[in-house]
Design a protein around this ligand. Structure first.
Ligand code: HMG
Length: 445
């Protein structure tokens, strides 16, 4: 069977950043540790006045094509995943293809283009679409580009304001991939939920506390569903577990629950029982609330054990390193977590080829999806070519009043002009409006 997966990835961050401890916390009179330890975030990325979901997506895709030496005729499919779209009809993939056609000789006229929406999980679903298209043999030897791009902005003073972010990830999906092969097995956890939605509005309506519960419930369902097709998940089988990361604190909760689930009735549970007892079983409790109390007590004790701490430090913590500095990138977030994991192995000079990742995607509304990935021989060269650290370091550090101006500038209800804070160089920029209200773009050398 043909091996299909991610051949290469590229990331593009918004060119601005807001420091949460130094700027947000000070302005709001909040303890900086709430951001850095509670949520697990140091900074958010934001788009400069000339940036948006098209420029960030096109810039990531251009880096990908240049690096892999691709021309438009090599690409048979462009799918864009976003939940920040500004056009209800014309897909972002046409805007992005239009940008790329400005800088390449050929065109994408024979590429299938679309836009996927299901909150943050749409990025992973677009990867699925490309995977299925290749596996079905419809690709005529061509590759697919998936772009996940978002400006994750919340209403000012919303509980989600500290988790904002903006950026894009472009992924090249191909046969015999250099980076990771995707498993055929997938698990889903999906239900009609009303926790985070944008009914014809730019900024989300959020029930933050509920959204956390829904994330955990759907992830658990997806894990059980994955195990029903792939067999029991064993901790030793996965080098990293990249999760959808709205903020690292969310992943901290999800990882502990997953650990409890996969170690139940295993030797790990037996070993842990010597120090913290066995996991509570519902059938041994008279009522649900006593059972929930026992579970909470067990989880608190579990998180303090050496076994759990060392698993978390090796398998989950490294996946959060980029997210801590950029915030939530919605559709791109889990793909940022995968990059962080691979980067960690690269920085540690570790040989990761042949090892597995357990990838957990999520979108509000709500759906979780879990699948496995196997790292391929070419991974080291792919990761070496990324310039994530340089991009993050070169962002302009906003003051609070500048942040307010940037938020207004990207608010669709406001018509605000704003001088750019950074000088674009070697990138696509927003260049004003066309005669039918379309956004226009140009490439700046
Ligand atoms: P909150 O209400 O401020 O949360 O915001 P909190 O009071 O629960 O505090 C968060 C953590 O900080 C807690 O730790 C506190 O103890 C700790 P935890 O219990 O989690 O371990 N804390 C402190 N730590 C150190 N020093 C201190 C301190 N004070 C408190 N001084 C909330 C959290 C999620 C509600 C908010 O950020 C929010 O509304 N976010 C937007 C929604 C969201 O991100 N939900 C996540 C799940 S849904 C999802 O992932 C989908 C999404 O990406 C959208 C999509 O799919 O399209 C959002």
């Amino acid at each position: 069977m043909t091996s299909v997966g991610i051949d290469a990835v590229e990331l593009w961050t918004g060119n601005l950043k807001l420091d949460l401890a130094e700027t947000f916390a000070v302005e709001k009179g909040k303890d900086p540790a709430y951001f850095t330890e509670g949520l697990g975030l140091r900074a958010s990325s934001f788009p400069d006045s000339y940036e948006d979901i098209v420029t960030m997506g096109a810039n990531a895709a251009k880096r990908l094509m240049d690096r892999k030496g691709l021309e438009p005729e090599d690409i048979g499919r462009i799918d864009v995943a976003t939940e920040s779209s500004f056009d209800n009809s014309k897909p972002l993939s046409t805007y992005i293809a239009g940008c790329l056609e400005q800088v390449y000789d050929g065109d994408f006229h024979h590429a299938n283009k679309g836009e996927r929406k299901f909150a943050c999980i749409a990025g992973t679903q677009s990867v699925d679409d490309a995977y299925n298209w290749i596996r079905a043999g419809r690709n005529r030897g061509r590759k697919a580009i998936v772009v996940a791009t978002d400006t994750a902005l919340y209403e000012r003073d919303d509980s989600g304001e500290a988790t904002q972010g903006a950026g894009a990830v472009a992924l090249l999906i191909d046969e015999d991939p250099d980076l990771v092969e995707l498993s055929t097995e997938q698990g889903y956890g999906s239900a009609d939920e009303t926790d985070f939605l944008k009914p014809q509005q730019q900024f989300p309506s959020v029930d933050g506390k509920r959204s956390v519960q829904v994330y955990l419930a759907r992830m658990r369902e997806a894990l059980e569903d994955y195990e029903s097709v792939a067999g029991d998940v064993r901790l030793a089988d996965f080098a990293y577990a990249p999760y959808h990361t709205p903020y690292p604190g969310m992943v901290r909760k999800a990882a502990a629950l997953a650990y409890r689930h996969v170690t139940r009735d295993t030797e790990v549970e037996d070993e842990l029982a010597e120090t913290i007892g066995r996991q509570p079983r519902r059938e041994t409790f008279d009522d649900d609330s006593a059972y929930q109390d026992a579970v909470r007590e067990y989880m608190d004790a579990l998180k303090d054990t050496d076994q759990y701490k060392s698993w978390y430090a090796a398998t989950v913590e490294p996946t959060l390193s980029i997210s801590r500095d950029v915030g939530n990138w919605y559709t791109a977030s889990v793909h940022v977590a995968r990059i962080a994991a691979l980067k960690d192995a690269y920085d540690d000079d570790r040989d990761l080829a042949g090892e597995n990742l357990l990838v957990a995607s999520y979108g509000s509304g709500a759906q979780a999806e879990i699948h496995g990935e196997t790292v391929q021989d070419g991974w080291r060269e792919e990761v070496a070519a990324l310039n994530v650290d340089e991009q993050l370091e070169s962002r302009y550090d906003l003051s609070w009043s500048e942040y307010e101006e940037v938020h207004d500038r990207h608010n669709h209800e406001k018509d605000t002009e704003l001088e750019e804070f950074t000088a674009p160089s070697g990138e696509f920029v927003f260049d004003g409006w066309g005669r039918m209200g379309e956004r226009k773009y140009t490439y700046v050398e």
